[in-house]
Design a protein around this ligand. Structure first.
Ligand code: NAD
Length: 497
C-alpha cells in the first residue's frame, strides 16, 4: 500500500530546498542582472521561491554554451549508443527522484500529486528512455541511383534547439522536446513557463550529474521575453514550441524576422467528443467525457471541451455525465485522495471565470460555475457544464483551458462532423459508436491529429505521433516522427567510376 499521505507530502515540502536559478553551461547561475520573479504556489498563493528572470544576457550565454558544446562534438560526436547510455542514466535518476520532482510539480502547477507521481514524472523518464532506446537502432538509406553513383541519405542533428514550453504538463511537455532533440545529438536551451519553472530547473542538475556534458542542456527560466529572444536569436537553429496558438503565430514571425530557424508548433485545441446514439457503453462514455475535460483541471490541450451528443440520447447521457463530473472535487493537490487540484495561477483563474460569466449569458448552466476554496488562498474552480444551443457560442468556440464543458446536440452524423470540423483547431477528436462504418467514416472525416474511437485520451505510450491540424500547429511530438524535427536530411552522392 502507498503510505505517502498528505502528511508525508507536507513533511517533505517542509524539508524541501527549492532551486530557482538558471542552469547554463553546467552550473546554476542567477540572472546576470540579478533580477528575479516570484514563483507562487496555486495551492495557497504563497511564495515558493524567487526564480531567475532571464533576459538577453542570459539567453545569449545559454545559446553560446549550447553552440560551443555542439561545435566541440562533446555530445553530437558521441556514438548513438554512448548518448543512449547517458540518457538512460538520466532517466533512472528522474525515477530515483520521483517524489521530489512530483512534489515540485504539484506545488508549482497545482496538479494532483496522484497524477504527478504516476503520469507526469514517470512519463518524462519514459520519454527519455524511449528516445534513448530508439536512437541506436535507426539508420539512414542507400538511395537507388545511377550505377556510377553511391547515394547515402543520412540524418544529422540540427545544432542548437530551443524548447519553449507551457505550464500544464511542465516536465512532460519539456521531455517530449528535449528527449528526441538530445537523443539526435543536438544541444538544447529549455525555456519553461514562468508559471511552472521548477522541475525544469531541477532536471538540469540531474542531467549534468548523469553525464550530459556542460552546455548541452541549459535552462533559462523567465517570462515570455526569453522565449521571444530565443525565437529571434540568430544562433538558434530550431525552435520547438508548445503553447497557445497566438504565441505560436508570433514565434513563426520571429523566425522569419531572424534566421528562418525551423519552427515546430504544438498549439491549442477545442476538441470535439462525439457520442452517437448507438454508443456501445454510455456509462463508460460519460465517465470518459468527464475525464476528458476535468482531468488536470481542464488544463489539457486535448481537452474534450466540446461534447457533441445525439439529441435522442442527450437527456440520459447528461444525467450520467453530471454524475461522473461530481467525482471531480477540487481539493488540496498534495492530498493523494484529490482528483482535481488548483488552477495554475490567479491570471488563469480569472480568465476561466471570465469565460464562465460569458457562458451564463449565452448558454444554460448545468453544473458548477464557481470559484471554490477561496479561503485557502489558492485558485480552485468546480467542474462546470454548459448546455449550448448554438455551436458558435463563445464558450463552445474558444479554448478556455479550464474545467468548462460545452454540450452541443446534433441530429445526423453529417451534422456532427460539420460541427466538429467547424473550428480553427484540429488537435484531437473522438467518436463513440457501435457501427464500424460510422467509426471509420467519421474518423476519416475529422480534421484532427489524433482521433479516438470509443475511448478518450488513450495511448499514453510513445508510439503515436502527437500534434495538430490547422491552427493546432505543425510537426509531431512523440514517436520516431519526432526525430524529423530535430534532424536535417543530407544526401551524399559519391561517384565511384
Ligand atoms: P503560452 O503560449 O502563453 O506560453 C507558452 C510558452 O511561451 C511559455 O513558456 C511562455 O513564457 C512563452 N511565451 C509567452 N509569450 C511569448 C512570446 N511572445 N515569445 C516566445 N515565447 C513566449 O501558453 P500557456 O498558457 O503556457 O499554455 C497553454 C497553451 O498551450 C494552450 O493553448 C494549450 O492548448 C497549449 N498546449 C498545447 C499542447 C500541444 O501539444 N498541442 C500541449 C500543452 C499545451
Amino acid at each position: 500500500m502507498d503510505n505517502r499521505t498528505l502528511a508525508y507530502w507536507q513533511d517533505k515540502f517542509a524539508a524541501l530546498s527549492i532551486e530557482g536559478r538558471a542552469f547554463i553551461d553546467g552550473e546554476y547561475r542567477p540572472a546576470e542582472g540579478g533580477q528575479t520573479f516570484d514563483c507562487l504556489s496555486p495551492i495557497d498563493g504563497k511564495l515558493l521561491v524567487k526564480v531567475a528572470d532571464s533576459r538577453a544576457a542570459d539567453v545569449d550565454a545559454a545559446v553560446a554554451a549550447a553552440r560551443r558544446a555542439f561545435d566541440s562534438h562533446v555530445w553530437s560526436g558521441l556514438s548513438p549508443r554512448q548518448r543512449k547510455a547517458i540518457l538512460l542514466r538520466w532517466a533512472t535518476s528522474i525515477r530515483d527522484h520521483l517524489d521530489e520532482l512530483s512534489l515540485l510539480e504539484t506545488l508549482d502547477a497545482g496538479k494532483p500529486i496522484r497524477d504527478t507521481t504516476t503520469v507526469d514524472v514517470p512519463g518524462a523518464a519514459y520519454c527519455l528512455e524511449w528516445f534513448a532506446e530508439a536512437i541506436d537502432k535507426i539508420g539512414g538509406e542507400v538511395a537507388p541511383s545511377d550505377h556510377h553513383l553511391v547515394g547515402l541519405v543520412t540524418r544529422e542533428p540540427i545544432g542548437v534547439v530551443a524548447a519553449v514550453v507551457p505550464w500544464n504538463f511542465p516536465i512532460l511537455m519539456a521531455s517530449w522536446k528535449f528527449g528526441p532533440a538530445l537523443a539526435a545529438g543536438n544541444s538544447v536551451v529549455l525555456k519553461p513557463s514562468e508559471k511552472s519553472p521548477l522541475t525544469a530547473i531541477r532536471l538540469a542538475q540531474l542531467a549534468y550529474e548523469a553525464g550530459i556534458p556542460a552546455g548541452v542542456f541549459n535552462v533559462v527560466p523567465g517570462s515570455g521575453e526569453p522565449g521571444k529572444l530565443l525565437a529571434l536569436h540568430q544562433d538558434v537553429d530550431c525552435l520547438a514550441f508548445t503553447g497557445s496558438t497566438n504565441v505560436g503565430k508570433l514565434i513563426m514571425q520571429y523566425a522569419g524576422q531572424s534566421n528562418l530557424k525551423r519552427v515546430w508548433l504544438e498549439l491549442g485545441g477545442k476538441s470535439p467528443n462525439i457520442v452517437m446514439p448507438d454508443c456501445p457503453d454510455l456509462d463508460r462514455a460519460a465517465s470518459a467525457a468527464a475525464g476528458a475535460i476535468f482531468y488536470n483541471m481542464g488544463e489539457m490541450c486535448t481537452a474534450g471541451s466540446r461534447l457533441l451528443v445525439h439529441r435522442d440520447i442527450k437527456a440520459a447521457f447528461l444525467d450520467k455525465l453530471i454524475a461522473a463530473a461530481r467525482n471531480y472535487i477540487p481539493g488540496n493537490p498534495l492530498d493523494p485522495q484529490t482528483s482535481m487540484g488548483a488552477i495554475v495561477d490567479n491570471v488563469q483563474l480569472e480568465r476561466v471565470l471570465g469565460y464562465i460569466e460569458t457562458g451564463r449569458t449565452e448558454a444554460k448552466l448545468l453544473l458548477g460555475g464557481s470559484r471554490v476554496k477561496k479561503e485557502s488562498g489558492g485558485f480552485y474552480i468546480e467542474p462546470t457544464i454548459f448546455d449550448v444551443t448554438t455551436a458558435d457560442a463563445t464558450v463552445a468556440r474558444e479554448e478556455i483551458f479550464g474545467p468548462v464543458l460545452s454540450v452541443i446536440a446534433f441530429d445526423t452524423v453529417e451534422e456532427a462532423v460539420e460541427i466538429a470540423n467547424a473550428s480553427q483547431y484540429g488537435l484531437a477528436a473522438a467518436v463513440w459508436t457501435s457501427n464500424l462504418t460510422i467509426a471509420h467514416e467519421v474518423a476519416r472525416s475529422l480534421r484532427a491529429g489524433t482521433v479516438w474511437v470509443n475511448c478518450y485520451d488513450e495511448g499514453g505510450d510513445m508510439n503515436f505521433p502527437f500534434g495538430g491540424y490547422k491552427q493546432s500547429g505543425n510537426g509531431r511530438d512523440k514517436s520516431l516522427h519526432a526525430l524529423d524535427k530535430y534532424t536535417e536530411l543530407k544526401s551524399t552522392l559519391m561517384r565511384i567510376r
